[in-house]
Design a protein around this ligand. Structure first.
Ligand code: PLP
Length: 378
């Protein structure tokens, strides 16, 4: 049986050896409660601090600006609810986009039911929201601007830095939140440059375990907690820390290759794959050329996304139709970009990791080509 060719790394990634080793070590040998005052607690706390420092180093921020959560979803909810509630006396407007992950979109929709005024900006056909549109939507009542850095379906990079700089100039009390789940560990991000007050990251997109992520909160930003309990994570996210998962996140971050060098390699693999897919004559590319190269969204008009997905699955090649969270529903992101139905209904997301090879890409290309020949006439 042929090895799997896994091209769904934006849904989740294979945990790397170092992450698994660190988790095992935490579970077997370092399972004390990080809050305990004796040596076992201190040892667990030391590992947690190492993880905090490693995440901080990757984002050029301070370790005490890293708050561990159960993943990207919780960090996004904490950012949206926390910033809105902290700003309640100053305003009620939230500016976001129509292509955010559901964990931002649905959090904002929930606040809308409770009286927030939510402005959702649409992208252009390139998948990007314009910085000018964000600036135009921000008024003196705006308490939160939430915009993702790299879109999870197309890889389109959003103008977080430009928007943040523009918004800050308006003097609006808005905190800027950037969902960096797809970009973290894949492109260089510096908290001091990106201009965001809040950044979301997740472990399982970078070869760490599922169920761990972090909200990065600038020292100067104030948000309110969503949950109440002991004083862990400075009271912002109480609960006994998930030390085995935090150790796994540390393992994943430690094992990250040099980010710019890896970005270049993935860019080459994406170009290799895209070129060959286009040469089949049956593929259209939906991702913008200058998007995050880890994501390549394509369509094979005439073959529904799920049909293609299962055809590839039979050959042990794994991709997704839209995003993993959408579970087969047509992609709202592609529709927001104005993609015609035949392209939106046949879209497939190919997402790369450092474990993918050109040989795997060749298998993918010939299977897509075969699918077009076999399925189109059915
Ligand atoms: N934000 C984006 C852009 C994502 O792609 C995802 C996961 O797919 C999330 C947030 C949610 O992260 P998690 O799976 O860690 O809850």
């Amino acid at each position: 049986m042929e090895d799997i060719a896994y091209f769904d790394n934006s849904a989740t990634t294979k945990p790397c050896e170092n992450a698994v080793k660190k988790m095992n070590d935490s579970l077997n040998n370092n399972w004390g409660n990080p809050s305990s005052l004796y040596d076992m607690g201190l040892s667990a706390e030391r590992e947690m601090y190492a993880a905090r420092s490693a995440v901080a180093k990757t984002l050029s921020c301070r370790p005490d600006e890293v708050y561990f959560t159960s993943g990207g979803t919780e960090a996004n909810n904490l950012a949206v609810f926390g910033a809105y509630r902290a700003g309640a006396r100053r305003g009620n407007r939230i500016v976001t986009t129509s292509i955010e992950h559901p964990s931002v979109q649905n959090a904002a929709a929930e606040l809308e039911k409770q009286g927030a005024e939510v402005v959702r900006l649409s992208p252009g056909s390139d998948g990007r929201v314009k910085a000018e549109d964000i600036l135009a939507a921000v008024d003196k009542n705006t308490v939160l601007v939430s915009i993702m850095l790299a879109n999870n379906e197309t890889g389109a990079i959003q103008p977080v830095e430009a928007a943040a700089a523009a918004v800050k100039k308006t003097g609006a009390p808005a905190l800027i939140h950037a969902d960096c789940v797809q970009a973290f560990g894949k492109m260089p991000i510096r908290l001091d440059r990106i201009g965001a007050d809040l950044i979301t990251v997740s472990g399982h997109k970078i070869h760490g375990p599922k169920g761990i992520g972090a909200l990065i909160k600038k020292k100067t930003a104030r948000i309110l907690p969503r949950a109440f309990g002991g004083g862990q994570e400075s009271g912002l996210r109480p609960g006994t820390e998930a030390s085995p998962l935090i150790a796994g996140l540390l393992g994943a971050v430690e094992a990250l290759p040099d980010i710019p060098a890896q970005l270049k390699k993935i860019g080459e693999l994406k170009a290799y794959t895209a070129e060959r897919l286009l040469a089949t004559g049956v593929v259209k590319i939906n991702s913008p050329e200058d998007g995050l190269p880890y994501i390549l969204n394509i369509s094979v008009p005439g073959i529904r996304s799920e049909t293609m997905l299962h055809f590839l699955e039979e050959r042990r090649i794994y991709v997704s139709s839209g995003s993993a969270c959408a579970k087969g529903k047509p992609s709202y992101v592609l529709r927001e970009m104005g993609l015609p139905d035949d392209l939106a209904d046949s879209a497939v997301r190919i997402s790369f990791s450092r474990y993918n090879t050109e040989e795997q890409a060749d298998r993918l290309v010939s299977a897509v080509s075969e699918a077009a020949a076999v399925l189109k006439h059915k």
